[in-house]
Design a protein around this ligand. Sequence first.
Ligand code: GLY
Ligand code: MN
Ligand code: MN
Length: 536
Amino acid sequence: MRSSLFYFFALCSFLGFAQSFSIDDEQIIFHQSRRDSLRSMMPKNSVAVVFANPIRNRSNDVDFVYHQDPNFYYLTGWKEPHAVLVLYSSTQIDENGAYNEKLFVQERNARMEMWNGKRLGVDGAKKMGFDRVALRNEFIQSPLDFSTFEEVLIFDFENDERDLDNDPYDLYQLKKTFKQSIGFPLDFNRTKYSIQQAIRSVTNENYVELKRQINRQINRDSTLLEDELIRAFVESESLDVPTDLKIKSAFALRNYFFDIEKLERYLGTLREEKTSFELKKLIRAIEISAIGQVEVMKALNPEMSEREVQGIHEYVFKKYGAAYEGYPSIVGAGNNACVLHYIENNEAPTSNDLILMDLGAEYQGYTADVTRTLPVNGKFSEEQRLLYEIVYNAQEAGISIAKKGTRLDQITRATQQVVAAGLVELGIIENEKDFGRYYPHGAAHHIGLDVHDLNSYGPLRPNAIITVEPGIYIPDGSPCDPKWWGIGIRIEDDILITEDTPINLSEKAPRKWQEIEKMMRETSPLDQFKLPGLSQ
Ligand code: GLY
Ligand code: MN
Ligand code: MN
């Protein structure tokens, strides 16, 4: 405990130091430093090209609220659509001098700005720390020559979509131009490409596992066997890695003038380890979310609908300055709590239900992910409490090992063991290996700009923040005593990873069943909140 507090105070004083910058300077420095770090990881003579998120239509001439692509935002701080970042591994020279990055942005447009708000334009981008800024039409009218680079690093185009009609420079056109200039095949198959990459770098250690994985993919998509290389690899009877196939896949990949995996790997490594600038935002997002849970504990009564509960959380988030929810809020009572991503939130609980509330504030781009499960009437029934205690103990087991070097699957396993033993003890399953029927998800993931944040998929590193979130869900009709039916429980906290002691950043929201009941006995200002009746 002592070391965790020490770490926390050290962290706060470090964060305090950062406050000597104005927030804008700090933000510019943060994004610049992210680009510098990425540059230092890129292969020699390579270039990375990253696109903004598309605009998505919601209904007729109303679009969904625009949300920037988190990788693009991480590298630029730019929140507008129709933009491209070109980042070079080394300095480029042209008639205007030296540069190592270029940002293409949408133009200012007084009429559009009157409807949709200010655009920052070229001058705004320069103020954000970019020396070389051009308008998006230039990206199309004077396509960049990528042929002099050894590698062009890109993300895949899965999020590729036409987003505006009759706009010759919209994101779709920017991507089309780019794809032409790098010879991106029209029939590009990401799965095939990834398998070829994996075969190229297969080692004796992962040879058997890779074959197993490829066979699983073939089971889902048998057309993969039409690829000679893939077929030869899975049919090979060699006990050692077939070197000839490794060489062949390296040759096959030379047909591609781009790499679609490295960028994601580099950004996963960078984004996993939060900087002091990011920690400040994320810690606040989590604290806000925990306070939202506390306010609902105080206010909840059996007359409230799931949607009203959601409204209280989201009001608290916004009161503290969070712009959005980091993901659609999940508020489900009774059997609805057994739907893992239940977002309808449109029913009225009964007094005897548990209500599961999984919500996260997004504060300045960073999102929390906190879940609490409460008895609607303020008191856990015997069955609810017995199951709750299993989930609580599972979470304790998971949190206790959440530190540097642990892998997420170890955390999941630690929680599974407790849940499995607990379900057997209550007679809900006969055999521990059947726990997955009632606990079907993993117990941990990284959070950050994405609620399921990009990461390096390796052992945990200090300054990562992860969730620990076991659950038990017993839908109506399950093959067990009906007294357990309609109970869904998840407890989810956000944990800062350190060298040793885990730091629970969402601990402001009580987790122990006794503390929850105590908090629910407190009064709430919302007890007095009455709206007029409606005329019909
Ligand atoms: N709220 C989504 C999750 O817990 O992963
Ligand atoms: Mn989660
Ligand atoms: Mn969650």
